[in-house]
Each structure stands twice: as C-alpha cells, then as structure tokens.
Design a binder for this molecule. Sequence first.
Ligand code: SOE
Length: 387
Amino acid sequence: MAKPLRVGMIGYGFMGRAHSNAYAQVNHFFDLGHQVVRQACCARNEEKIKAFAEKWGYASYETDWRRLIERDDIDLIDIGSPNNTHLEIATAAAEAGKMVLCEKPLAMNAEEGQKMVEAVERAGVPNMVWYNYRRVPAISLARQIVDEGRIGRPFHYRATYLQDWTIAEDVPQGGPALWRLDVNVAGSGVTGDLLAHSIDTAEWLNGPIRRVSAHTETFVKERTHVETGKKEPVGIDDACMFLAVFENGSIGTFESTRYARGRKNYNTFELNGERGSVFFDLEDPHILQYFRYADPETGRKIEDHLTGWQRIHVTNSEHPYMDHWWVPGCTIGYEHTFINALADFIEALDEGKPVQPDFRTALHTQRVCDAVLESSRTGQWVEIPPP
Ligand code: SOE
C-alpha cells in the first residue's frame, strides 16, 4: 500500500503548472511506494490561486506561504515562485521538517544557495532542484553512453541555449510574468535562467567546471517596470558567452541569449571525445546523435566505411524512462521531463536514498554562474572550487 506524499505547491505560473502536472501524472505511469496527494497550493492572489487549485485538483489553497509551511498535513514544499523567494521559503520549510523541491536556479547567488544547502542538510530533509532536462530520455542516454566509455577521453564540450522573446524594446520588466527580466527578482539574466540548465547538463555529462572566462551583454538598457510604470535600468544579462576548462582537462564553450531571432528554446550540446561524440538539440528532443569512432571495450577503430553519425530515435523501451511511456516510436514531450524527475525523487524516497541534482549539486552550478558573472565584470578568468 503506497504511503501518501502530501504536496504543498508554491506558485501557479509556468513552473507551477509543469510541476502540478507531474504531481497529477506520476503515479499513473510509475509504480511507486508513495502516492502523491495534491494537498494545497499557495500564492498571494486569492482569486488566481483558488482558480488554480480547482483546475489542478488541489484540495485546498493558502495565500501565505508561512501558513502552508506550518500545516502538519503537508510533507513536501515545492518552490515554484520567483528566484528571490527561494532562500526564505526553503529555509523555513526545512526547519519545519518538510522535504523541499525547488525550481532552478537554486538561488539568487551562491551565498544564498550555501544557506539553503546548510538548511536542508541540517534538517536532514530530502531535497531536489528541478533541473528537468537531465530527464529528457535522449540526454539521459547521452549520460549512459558516456558512462559506457563510448566517448573515451573528452576533448570538447559545446553548449548553446538560445531564445528570442526579449528583442522588442517595449517588452516590460517585472511583475508576475516578466520577473525574469528584473535583476532584483531573478538575480541574473540568461546566466541563471538558461545557462544554469546548460551547466547542470554539462557537469552531469562531463564532470566539474574548474575555470571560466566570460563576456555578458545587455542590449536593451532600459525597460518600463510593470510595478512602477516607469522606465528603469535593466540589470540582467541579455546574452552571455563563456569559455570553460573542465576538471577532466577538456575545454568548453557556452553561449546563451534571448536575442537569437528565430530560436525559441534552442538548447544544444555536443561532446567530442577520442572514441566518439554525442550531439543533442532540444528542438529535436527525441533524437540523440551519436558518432562511433572506436569500440569502447577494445578501443579498436570501427571500419571506415561504417562510420557516420547515427540519429537514435530515443523511444525504445530499452531507452531511459521509455519503458514507463508508450510503445517504441511514440514520443513524449517537455512535460514528461518533470514527471520523470519526480518519479526519480519518489523512487529515491521509497528507498531512503538521496537523489540528484540535490541542493548541494545545484549550489555548484550556482557557483559556476556566479564565476561567469564575476569574470564578465572583471575581465579575468575565475576559478571555481571543487564540488
Ligand atoms: C525562460 O524562458 C524559460 O522558461 C526558463 O525559465 C526555463 O527554465 C527553460 O526551461 C525554458 O525557458
């Protein structure tokens, strides 16, 4: 008999919906020792959170997150509210003995992230950060291919994360929908919002980043602020490029912008090694491209007339997560990455094991983001301490 896992969800925006969908679906597709109960959701706007509770099947709602955390019928607090709220909520939730899930990036900066790690580790509560792209089956397959030794000694890592939704100068900043453009709420621009994903994926596939050298740009210097109605300086980075040196000796380039006309959520990476390469593009999410140069066991070169890039359609039941979904050839989508992540969290909970990426791992990602921003400010290479 599955134990109840009573969830208190904070936030009702894009991520509030993505996480709530995972809570609604996970037990339909994964056999787990816990049954999710959508116990309560929470946001300040009563009309909106009441409607959200009805739409997503939450049994109740709150308009003050402190009240949600005080409730003894809640086991897990999920933070889907803007970045400047993460520290306070996560700390209070951990102190109240709740499990804590947090939307990425972990915090506004590493100093805050460090406090969050201390809070969850002091309380000994299960915790996870929603770096959902690890749970794209094709990206998990890339990790499997690396673990199987099929890439061999890595040389290059190349990541891009491109969007185009902030090019118009009249897009305002601030408020419930556009807080990502307000540095006081988001902490940074594309570095924390998009490159944090790329860094998490990169470190998961290729190990820790040790040094970075970066350049950031803010193309539109002033935008009307939704809350004041006045033009205010833009404090976020609109675009960021950085060079990276990994602990394993390979080198990387990372590029992100919200000004790449035509690119919507173009999140790609390529890893080139001595024995093979992998390439992934989120706008073609079911495909992992794999180039096999040599046999992983013998190191012997594949016959020349048989080498070439393979486009693996990652929908076989042997592929990561796919035995929980449909028959081979039938694809899954963006929302399933959150369901897969939640299933991993609950499986770990069932077994009393930690899950990745936890707050400590996400803190390292945050340290890389901070180092990138520091490097852009100072024009110097910046070292990142080992995880
Ligand atoms: C920004 O546009 C955004 O919504 C990010 O905040 C998400 O983390 C990313 O997955 C999609 O783009």
